[in-house]
Write a protein that binds this ligand. Sequence first.
Ligand SMILES: [Zn+2]
Length: 125
Amino acid sequence: MSAVEIICKSCGADTLLNREAVYDGFAKSGEKLICSSCGFEYASEAEVPFKSKIAAPRIFTDADRSAKVEVFDEGENKRICRYCASYTVNPFTQFCSTHKKEVQATDTCGRFEEAEDKDDASSLL
Ligand SMILES: [Zn+2]
């Protein structure tokens, strides 16, 4: 696993996450998740502010906030990958399970299926 971009919640830097293997004797027992800028150690994967997770819901800047309400209002405009049942996001990629390829949250295609838990991504904010 290579370096992953994060926005550190300790120092605020747009930086990289260092993973350091932790050994229990000769067996790898886990990983330390450390900010490469300030050395802050995250307790678990879930606490790491991965840049990809943070960036996805922020498609629009503050200046575009009024536009966001219109664009994502109920209706056809919600048929983007981010709201699709086939869209999966993890710290490393956004992936379409229908087309087996990497996608962007704002991509569209002819195979859209509305996801039931489409609010998941925004709850990370
Ligand atoms: Zn930091």
